[in-house]
Ligand binder design. Structure first.
Ligand SMILES: CC(C)(COP(=O)(O)OP(=O)(O)OC[C@H]1O[C@@H](n2cnc3c(N)ncnc32)[C@H](O)[C@@H]1OP(=O)(O)O)[C@@H](O)C(=O)NCCC(=O)NCCS
Length: 193
């Protein structure tokens, strides 16, 4: 009886005082620091998540800063529920904002990756460095089979990322994004190994 009461009180404690462990995730690479998205980055995201950046992505660029606030609030909600991990990508030594990366459906067998970098820092290989390190984090922290990386067939820079990580094309399909453009998606799958 004592044991049972102890167990119930443990479970109740967990339920009543969630520790939101994903909010304390920090991942460091040679050049980068990844940490959970927060309102501190509202202006950076609003300014940098432009029409050009979203050309091959599903989401639309924000029209108002309140759209970015909603994105951050939704992301925080999902992080707290441990469904997604949405991180900002910062330069390690200066903390300059570079972009965002997310891993979604983290409790499923096939979590999905998404990434964007601000235009002025493209061409430095930060995309591969980010996804490479996030995969390592997933390997150590998630029980998954494959990471899904959907990418438009014309988005050559982005395609290089799953290709470099040993991903292969699992299926192809058309999907209309929120700006009304039809994307031809190649769904790469990167095995856990
Ligand atoms: C996808 C993204 C994060 C990659 O950015 P990045 O890390 O700066 O990428 P890089 O410029 O370093 O290039 C990545 C690779 O593409 C290659 N590449 C770049 N431009 C190229 C071109 N015009 N033609 C062919 N290959 C090209 C690079 O040589 C590199 O290949 P390598 O790793 O074999 O050397 C960035 O382009 C981005 O934010 N795009 C907009 C948002 C987006 O589309 N996100 C992805 C959605 S799936």
């Amino acid at each position: 009886m004592k044991l049972l009461l102890g167990y119930i009180s443990e479970q109740l404690k967990k339920f009543l005082t969630p520790n939101h462990r994903l909010l304390s995730v920090e991942i460091v690479t040679n050049r980068l620091l990844l940490k959970p998205v927060s309102m501190i980055y509202k202006e950076d995201i609003f300014r940098e998540f432009t029409e050009e950046i979203t050309t091959y992505m599903y989401p639309q660029p924000p029209k108002e800063v309140s759209d970015t606030e909603s994105f951050i609030n939704d992301s925080l909600f999902e992080i707290k529920k441990e469904q997604s991990l949405v991180l900002v990508i910062l330069k390690r030594n200066t903390q300059e904002f570079l972009g965002c990366v997310g891993i979604h459906n983290i409790n499923r067998r096939n979590p999905e990756l998404g990434i964007w970098l601000k235009k002025s820092v493209h061409g430095n290989g930060y995309g591969l460095e980010t996804i490479n390190t996030l995969k390592k984090w997933a390997d150590g922290n998630l029980d998954y089979e494959v990471l899904v990386y959907p990418v438009d067939r014309e988005n050559i820079r982005s395609r290089r990322i799953p290709e470099r990580l040993g991903g292969t094309i699992f299926r192809e399909f058309d999907k209309t994004n929120l700006s009304g453009k039809v994307l031809h998606i190649l769904e790469f799958r990167i095995p856990k190994k």
